[in-house]
Design a protein around this ligand. Structure first.
Ligand code: DUT
Ligand code: MG
Length: 602
């Protein structure tokens, strides 16, 4: 297995954040400096208040100073007003910096994640569920943004405020400061215990949310199945259960804090009491001035609040931890199928030769091999038809040509080159694929057909629609080619969707056209029209067509019948009919030319 997630240590998470702030680090640093400055400046008011009290109100020279030192009085007042203004400007600016940077980070990471998800190979999509990926790109990302905008800011503020206040306290009276300091470790012990309790809850909470989103997403996109089976009530109840669980987990997480909160609050509230009692004695002893006492009590919140904040900081930090692990998993994921370092550069149009050399294939999560010892060649311009009962490996086989999956044995060659040696982009640009489950975008019909080539002129779009026998029904649509078709093409019949998907595959003028059961839902008459269209394409093209109908396959240059991942029969229509094997029995069944008994025998 590929290693998808890096170290889960906290420091590596923060390092990841720091790495991704590249380009904004100086700006972010400015925000941090601003936060520190603002919090140190918080000390100035109590500092000047202490000076005012000791100089003009309760000091020994108070009366004299009040009479003869008025200027000093006004200087103190002006300094207080001025510093308050400066603080306001700083707090505004730092708020903007933190918010701006966090939004910038969010934007950047969201783009990276989208890019990563886009480039993943099929296996990734088999592993991750859409709802979970959506949770990562929304809720989890927001938790990380919150870390940058709020948590880090609050940590810095708390540390700056606490430290500077403590230094100031020691400066005024080291004994009183030391007594107040003793409370801090007690709060720390409580917070560390809280962290141990709440961490796993956040991981669980995140899982529950992802489950809820996945459930909602699958239901909304699968609403037709729900309706068809009249399972609305069941689905609503199922969602309700998930919702209740999520809500309960949320409550439990919040309750954990309530368990620790009283202890923290008690310790924090002890500070003013200690100050009052011991500070009072110190004033009586003349050890402390009234002004200093006022400064102590005016700033006692500045050491109590950071302690109180520790709880929310720890809580948010745990949320960040759970969310960032999920984001980093995608962030560091690498598609396994990618260009070889020395991939061939073949910018020209491919000729369209396809060759399988003793190919074997097994899905990563599957036990049994899906394809074994498959060898065949399709020359440029030829048509290969693939038949075989459901589950025999037809779709798996054609998915190896655009290298959606890697072979487990043998080689797939296009134009004589192993597909692993080709640039993925060039390889896939040369292949037009109409997949078995048609997925159309919520866009106009024109936009859907021109998906692979945005520059495609309108008349060309119409031409490709004509090749795929879609032009007639499109002309009858209310707004013709400009008609918007819904998500997954709601509003079109199965056969209509298939024809648009065929036109889309043709519109890139592929050297290799692969059709996976693309005409299964159209009537015989329309199918004939499509075959006519495919014969008259105005560009050379190798065709590989999976189909169940003899009428689709009989004109192919080569027909290959798969069974259980092996080639059972291969040849032209005439050759295979003579063989009296599986193909012959299909002919019998589908045309009714021969009596039932003979077919059964084959
Ligand atoms: N299979 C997997 N994982 C996948 C797809 C398929 O294990 O992601 C298995 C199911 C099946 C085998 O591979 O047993 C072959 O599947 P494939 O889709 O290739 O069969 P098919 O010939 O295209 O069947 P159908 O005619 O129903 O489309
Ligand atoms: Mg299939």
């Amino acid at each position: 297995m590929e290693k998808r997630s890096p170290s889960t240590q906290e420091h590596s998470r923060l390092k990841w954040v720091w790495t991704n702030l590249k380009g904004r680090r100086a700006f972010y640093g400015l925000g941090i400096m601003g936060s520190i400055t603002f919090n140190v400046l918080q000390l100035t008011i109590p500092f000047f208040v202490a000076k005012l009290i000791d100089t003009f109100i309760s000091g020994p020279d108070a009366a004299y100073n009040l009479e003869h030192n008025r200027r000093l009085f006004f200087i103190y007042i002006a300094a207080m007003v001025g510093l308050t203004l400066v603080r306001t400007v700083i707090v505004y600016a730092t708020g903007m910096i933190f918010e701006g940077n966090s939004q910038w980070f969010l934007y950047r990471i969201r783009n990276v994640l989208y890019d990563k998800v886009q480039r993943q190979d099929m296996n990734f999509y088999n592993t991750f569920r859409t709802g979970d990926l959506m949770t990562r790109m929304t809720g989890d990302l927001d938790a990380v943004r919150h870390m940058i905008a709020w948590v880090i800011k609050t940590i810095i503020e708390s540390v700056a405020l606490y430290t500077s206040t403590m230094i100031y306290f020691f400066f005024m009276d080291s004994l009183l400061a030391s007594i107040l300091l003793v409370i801090s470790p007690l709060i720390f012990i409580v917070i560390l215990k809280f962290r141990k309790d709440v961490g796993p809850k956040h991981a669980l909470l995140r899982e529950k949310l992802s489950g809820l989103n996945t459930n909602a997403q699958e239901n909304i996109s699968g609403n037709r199945v729900v309706k068809a089976f009249a399972r609305e009530k069941y689905e609503i109840e199922k969602f309700d259960r998930g919702n209740t669980e999520y809500s309960e987990t949320n409550k439990k997480t919040a309750l954990i804090w309530l368990k620790y909160y009283p202890a923290i609050e008690t310790f924090a509230n002890m500070m003013p009491i200690i100050l009052l009692v011991i500070g009072g004695f110190f004033i009586i002893d003349g050890r402390l001035t009234v002004g200093e006492f006022a400064a102590f009590s005016g700033l006692i919140w500045a050491i109590a609040n950071p302690m109180r904040n520790l709880g929310s900081i720890m809580n948010e930090f745990q949320r960040f931890k759970a969310a960032s692990a999920k984001i980093m998993e995608i962030y560091y994921s690498e598609p396994k199928i990618k260009d070889a370092p020395n991939a061939l550069d073949l910018p020209d149009r491919f000729k369209g030769k396809v060759e399988f050399k003793d190919v074997s294939f097994k899905y990563e999560d599957g036990k049994l091999p899906v394809l074994e010892h498959i060898s065949f060649t399709v020359e440029p311009g030829e048509t290969l038809a693939i038949m075989g009962e459901t589950g025999c490996g037809k779709t798996s086989l054609i998915h190896l040509i655009p290298r959606f999956y890697e072979v487990t044995g043998g080689q797939v060659l296009v134009d004589g080159h192993d597909v692993r040696e080709l640039k993925l982009h060039q390889l896939r640009k040369n292949i037009g694929l109409a997949t078995q489950d048609v997925l159309l975008y919520s866009d106009t019909i024109d936009g859907n057909i021109a998906y692979g080539d945005e520059q495609l002129p309108k008349n060309e779009v119409v031409k490709f629609a004509r090749y795929s026998a879609a032009s007639d029904f499109i002309a009858k649509m209310p707004e013709g080619y400009e008609t918007i078709i819904g998500e997954r093409g709601v509003g079109l019949s199965g056969g209509q969707k298939q024809r648009i998907s065929l036109a889309r595959a043709l519109a890139i003028r592929p050297s290799i056209l692969i059709l996976d059961d693309t005409t299964s839902a159209v009537d015989m008459e329309t199918e004939k029209e499509i075959q006519e269209g495919l014969r008259n394409l105005d560009f050379p093209c190798t065709k590989i067509i999976i189909a169940q109908r003899i009428s689709t396959t009989k004109n192919a240059d080569k027909i290959m019948v798969l069974q259980n991942g092996h080639i059972m029969e291969v040849g032209t229509h005439e050759e295979l009919v003579k063989k009296h094997g599986y193909y012959h029995s299909l002919v019998t069944l589908q045309t009714g030319e021969e009596e039932f008994g003979k077919a059964g025998e084959a």
